[in-house]
Each structure stands twice: as C-alpha cells, then as structure tokens.
Design a protein around this ligand. Structure first.
Ligand code: C5P
Length: 231
C-alpha cells in the first residue's frame, strides 16, 4: 500500500525511554512535528501498553514493536488483544505459522502486521549456529517472499536489505527501516546507516529514528528536519 500522503507519517519516532511519563513528555515536546511513534520491549514492559490507546485517541499512530512468536493459537490471541489497544502496526517474527496466525487475528480491520525476517544482529555464522543451512541474505529473501504470500502487510529490514525485500514483496506492501541517521549525526551502534533522503530514494515507506531525536537538544526541530529531508 502506498505510504500515506502526509510526509510526517513516514517518520516513526522510537520511544526508547524508560518510563511512560518520559514518553509522554517527549511526545508533548515534539508536538505536531511527528505523527507516528514506536513502542518496543523496554517501554511496553514498563507500562507503555497503556499509552497506545492514549496516543491513538490523540490522533497519533503507534507501531507496537513486540516481535511476537509462539504457537499459532497464542499469537492469534496476542494479536487480538494488542489490536484492541488501537496500534497501526504490530511486528511478528517471519515464521510461516506465526505470520498466518497474525494475519488471521488482524482480520480485515485490524492493525497492519509487519514481519521481521532475520534480526539484523545475525550474520551467516549466527544463522549457522542457530541451525539454519541458508546464508542470511537467502533466508531474508525466502521469508520476505513467504510473508507476501501469506498476506503480511510489510517487512521490517535494514536499509541494505530494502532493495532485495522490495523485489520479494512487490510494490503494495510496506518496508519499514531503522538505522536511519540524518546527515552529520552520530551512527551510534548502527553499522549500516542511511540518511532519511536516501531511504526515500531506496523505496522505503517508513523510517524508524530513535537516538538522533531522543538525544537532540531540540527533539522537535530534529523531527522537523528529518521530515523536511523526506519531502
Ligand atoms: O536509536 P536508533 O535510531 O538506532 O533506534 C532505532 C530503533 O529501531 C530502536 O528502537 C531499535 O531497537 C530498533 N531497531 C534497530 N535495528 C534493528 C531492528 C530494530 O535499530 N535491526
């Protein structure tokens, strides 16, 4: 599906903070410079799930990045329960049973389901250690193709994988990419970074940005600069 016309929706700000109060203060500070926020393990396990309906009620979109993976029945129950909170996006690991269960649970009106193909911290040696015979690049391509066949709405992948993933999933599904750094900002522990402008040129629908905004002296101005670069 084509990304929504409001260019602000292309930026997803990662709320990688420790408390719900900190997250709310950050959202207030950024104001209308951003419309989309990601809640991951850290904040979710600190009470951050309660923030999802609050942000949704304020007209903001939420990417719930909990990377679900379990037996199908449990994934289905989990996606249904999370969908009730009103997120726009939910992540699962790209295992066929897990993806089918998530697609069943979201039905036609639920949140979009994104699949994580292979965690980007894995290289070929890590995949072999975990028992996989395929190199990571092939595993990513296979899982992306399976995700599309199953009806997953999009893929989370690194900028470096985006072109191959696009070939595997076609033009109608989303690609969401972390590891984005505005020109001139610190890469941190991200190894392969792209600028927001390069990400748009690479056909990426949404960029996830955490520390460059969270650690900026003026998070609102940084969010505005990133959106301006993607226009
Ligand atoms: O601070 P930074 O911009 O690096 O944050 C990126 C966000 O995307 C973090 O929430 C991080 O956990 C997430 N992420 C990532 N790399 C991946 C998958 C997720 O940085 N491969």
């Amino acid at each position: 599906m084509p990304a929504s016309p409001d260019p602000r929706d292309r930026l997803i700000v990662a709320l990688d903070v420790h408390t719900v109060a900190e997250a709310e203060a950050l959202v207030d500070r950024i104001g209308d410079a951003a419309t989309f926020y990601k809640i991951g393990y850290r904040l979710a396990y600190e009470g951050g799930l309660a923030l999802v309906p609050r942000l949704a009620a304020a007209g903001l979109k939420v990417f719930l990045d909990l990377k679900l993976h379990d037996i199908g029945n449990t994934v289905e129950d989990g996606v249904r329960a999370l969908a009730d909170l009103g997120p726009a996006l939910i992540t699962v690991h790209a295992y066929p049973q897990t993806m089918r269960a998530a697609v069943r649970a979201r039905g036609t009106t639920g949140p979009k389901i994104l699949a994580v193909t292979v965690l980007t911290s894995y290289d070929d040696a890590d995949a072999a250690e975990a028992g996989y015979a395929l190199p990571v690049a092939e595993l990513v391509a296979r899982r992306a193709a399976q995700a599309a066949e199953i009806g997953i709405d999009g893929i989370v992948c690194s900028a470096a994988e985006a072109a191959g993933v696009r070939r595997a999933i076609g033009s109608d599904r989303l690609i969401v990419t972390p590891g984005i750094r505005p020109a001139g900002s610190a890469a941190g522990d991200q190894k392969r970074v792209m600028t927001p402008g390069e990400a748009m040129a690479a056909g990426i629908d949404h960029v996830v940005v955490g520390r460059p905004i969270l650690q900026a002296a003026d998070p609102r101005a940084m969010a505005q600069a990133i959106v301006a670069e993607m226009r």
